[in-house]
Structure formats: C-alpha cells, structure tokens
Design a binder for this molecule. Structure first.
Ligand SMILES: Cc1cc2nc3c(=O)[nH]c(=O)nc-3n(C[C@H](O)[C@H](O)[C@H](O)COP(=O)(O)OP(=O)(O)OC[C@H]3O[C@@H](n4cnc5c(N)ncnc54)[C@H](O)[C@@H]3O)c2cc1C
Length: 421
C-alpha cells in the first residue's frame, strides 16, 4: 500500500526551476495552495509584482491531497443558520456559497483547466432515523428560499442513490461536483506562472514585521520588502506564524483508495456516481475516482495514530460498515493531510496589522480557499467583491492556546461517542 495520494499518480507536485529572488515586490504570499495561488493570480493579472513562498514543493499541502469534493456549503445547515443568526444573515451566508460555487465552476471552464470536474451531485445519508427528518426539513427550507435542486430521498428509494442499507434515507444536492484535486492545483499553478507570478518552492518564511509602510518578510532565500502580505498556510501553519497558529486547530484528515473494482460493482455501489457522505459529526466522505474504477474513501477515523496501517484499517472498517461487499478488496493507497478549523468553525478572511489572512476552511477548501484567496487579492487591489458574509466574523483564539491542540483527542473521543449513540 502506498503512503501518498492516489492523485499524485497522475499529478505529483513537482519542484519548480529556481526563479530569480527579488528583494522587493508589491505583494508577498505565503503558501502555494489554492488560496495563495488564487490571490497571486488575481494580483498579477491586476499588474502587481507578486512573489509566492512555500516551504515545501508547491502543492505539497492539502491542495493536492484532498477528496476533490466541490461544494460551497459550510458546516452549518441553512435551517440551523436561520435559527441561530436570523434570516437576513443566514441568507447572506448561504447565498455566498452559491456565488462562490458558480464563480469556481466558471473559473475552471474559462481557464480551461482539465481537472476532471464532473457534476453528478451529492448524497448525504441519514445515519440515525431522526436525521432523515432534519435533512428533509433542510431540503424544504432551501427550496423555499433558493432555486436549488435539493431533495430528500426516503429509505425505500435509497438504493437508487447508493448501494447500501446503512442509512435511513438521505439528502440529494444535484448541483454538487467532484474534481481531481492535484490536476486542479497543477492547472492553477501554471496559470499563476503564466501571469508572471514568481513562485519560490522549498523556501520557508520564518517571520515578518512592519517597517513603516512596508512589511519585511524573512525567507530562507533572504529578506523581501512588500507593501502587502497574504498568509495562506491553513492547516500547515506552524510556529513561524504565531498569530495565525493561535487561531487554528489543525487535525489530520485521511483517505484510502481501493484497487480497481469491477464496473458492475461500482455501478451497484454508486449508481449515480454521486459524491457521498453522512450525518455523523465525524462523517466519512467518499466518491469514485474520476474514471469511476475505484473507491476513494476519507474521514477522520484513524487520525489518532501516526501509523499508516492503523489509519487505513480504521477507515477500511467504516467503509465496510457502509459497503460490506468491499470487505476483502485490497487497498492500494492511504494518505493524509492537515485541515484547519477556527474556533467558531467558520472560514476566515481577516486583516490584522495590514496582513491579509485566508484560512480555516474546515475541511471544505476546494471552493472556499480558492474564493477567499481571490477576495484577499480583491481587497488589496480595491477591485471586485472583497468582503465575505461568511469570513468576516472575529478570528478568535482561546486563553493559553498556542497552536498545539492537546484537547483534540478528547474532542474526537467525545464526537466518536456521540456518533455511536
Ligand atoms: C485529506 C483531506 C481531504 C480533504 N477533502 C476535501 C474535499 O473533498 N473537499 C474540499 O472542499 N476540501 C477538502 N479538504 C480541504 C482542502 O484541501 C483545503 O481546505 C484546501 O486545500 C486548503 O488550501 P490552502 O491553499 O488554504 O492550503 P494548503 O493547500 O494546505 O497550502 C498551505 C501551504 O502553506 C505552506 N506553508 C506553511 N507554512 C509556511 C511557511 N512558514 N513558509 C512558506 N510556506 C508555508 C505549506 O507548505 C502548504 O503548501 C481536504 C483536506 C484534506 C487534508
């Protein structure tokens, strides 16, 4: 079993030729994932000189490791948001997700990025009997206020959506998609290079400070002065960036891939080729690989261990509880990466002391990291939408929290317990 992303078989992140280092530029960007590259691309196309720094090979972070599920949703259902925030704010938050999703799909289309973007919709299974009512209410609430193809599917019709009897019905969202995450990253990287962005791979930013109107950024290749700085390091934020590190909790998420499966079996398990998930707090997320030949199955199970075999076995157990047919199917890959959560579980677009932060995508960053990277750039060039209904809430830390989430095993244990009852 290989311990690196299945996606890398087709699009392994590649070291870039070393580019000229400039001691000054208009904007410096830390992190060459979706967020950093979108910010850089937008800025370069607006005529700014931009240098991006990544401490690893660009693409090493979550942006080439994720499940490739494309959804402009957040951790909160519209019905819950209406209850907690009131209609006006709830609608603003939900509408931004739809806008971001439409912009994202249009971006891939107009930039002609070949990343296997496919729209087969998503099915979310009701894990407990009572969850079905919650999902049905959500479908009813959304369709009352928005034009969206979203509907509940009762258990009696569930086999049309998924070849499993585990769930008590579920929710279909027809407009949700999937892509090949590493091909998307590769295409985006190329667009940024073509636009004139300078990208320094394996070049860690070790700190930064303000000097008058400028920011002085310390990197492994020397000091850079820039008028603006975008920090886009998300789940890979480490001690070099203490302000952000104190505001993020960054657990691992992991994925397994099976060996190729017979096409009849794939058609039985995933008859509509949808992306799939369920209502557990520690929910699994799963899909077919773009060629619909194998299962790609992710989740938090196994995050407590650093042993790839333990991670794979924990995810395998969850997969088999949904699809018993896969019990003896060998796995070919197990891999993992870091996601990140602000304390309020809402992505953040923040400005602190003139530094722009786009982070905290809560495991849903294919769209959100791309969108927030672009918004951060819009704010710098003062052009186009530059604020977010979702990302504008205060970016809080907690007393005595310095970025080491010692409490994570307790929280994960509590979530496992709640899912089990
Ligand atoms: C296993 C897994 C599955 C996921 N599945 C999905 C999914 O199906 N759908 C979805 O929407 N989202 C998913 N996500 C989340 C999504 O991948 C991320 O939210 C998104 O890729 C974040 O992009 P980013 O650009 O913010 O950060 P990353 O892509 O993580 O990039 C951050 C970069 O910052 C660099 N960096 C850090 N510190 C420094 C420094 N000091 N100097 C220089 N560089 C630095 C790192 O090397 C890294 O390359 C998943 C994530 C994981 C890990």
């Amino acid at each position: 079993m290989q311990h690196e992303p299945f996606w890398w078989e087709m699009a392994r992140p590649q070291p870039l030729d070393q580019q000229p280092f400039s001691p000054s530029c208009d904007v410096a960007v830390i992190g060459a994932g979706y967020a950093g590259l979108h910010a850089a691309l937008r800025l370069a196309r607006a005529g700014r000189s931009v240098q991006v720094f990544d401490k690893e090979v660009p693409g090493f972070g979550a942006s080439s490791r994720n499940g490739g599920m494309v959804a402009g949703t957040t951790k909160f259902r519209l019905s819950t948001l209406i209850e907690t925030e009131g209609e006006k704010k709830a609608f603003g938050l939900y509408r931004e997700g739809l806008e971001a999703e439409a912009w994202f799909k249009n971006f891939i289309r107009t930039e002609k990025i070949d990343c296997h973007l496919e729209n087969h919709g998503r099915f979310t299974g009701a894990y407990r009997p009572g969850d079905y009512e919650v999902l049905a209410r959500e479908a009813e609430t959304v369709t009352r206020h928005f034009e969206r193809a979203i509907y509940a599917v009762p258990k009696a019709e569930q086999q049309n959506e998924i070849g499993s009897d585990l769930y008590h019905g579920g929710l279909v969202q027809e407009d949700m998609s999937a892509l090949h995450p590493a091909l998307y990253h590769r295409g985006l990287l190329q667009r940024a290079l073509d636009a004139g962005v300078t990208i320094h791979g394996t070049c860690c930013v070790t700190g930064f400070g303000r000097e008058g109107n400028e920011l002085k950024i310390e990197t492994a290749r020397g000091t850079v002065k820039a008028r603006n700085l975008v920090v886009a390091t998300n789940g890979y934020t480490d001690k070099e960036l203490p302000w952000l590190r104190r505001r993020l909790v960054s657990p691992q998420s992991q994925i397994i891939a099976t060996e190729p499966l017979p096409s009849e079996l794939m058609a039985k398990l995933m008859p509509k080729k949808r992306t799939l998930g369920d209502t557990r707090i520690l929910f699994p997320y799963y899909r077919a690989c773009p060629a619909h030949k194998r299962m790609v199955f992710g989740g938090r199970s196994g995050a407590w261990s650093n042993d790839p075999k333990v991670k794979a076995a924990a995810l395998h157990d969850v997969m088999v509880s949904i699809f018993p047919e896969l019990k003896d199917i060998p796995l070919t890959h197990v891999w993992w990466g870091n996601v990140s959560f602000p304390f309020d579980r809402r992505p953040k677009l923040a400005v602190e002391d003139g530094v722009h932060y786009a982070a905290g995508f809560c495991g849903s960053g294919v769209i959100w990291a791309s969108w927030f990277g672009r918004l951060a750039a819009n704010r710098i060039i003062n052009e186009g939408p530059a604020t977010s209904a979702l990302g504008g809430d205060p970016f809080e830390t907690r007393p005595l929290y310095w970025g080491r989430p010692w409490f994570l095993p307790l929280i994960l244990g509590w979530y496992r317990f709640r899912d089990a009852i």
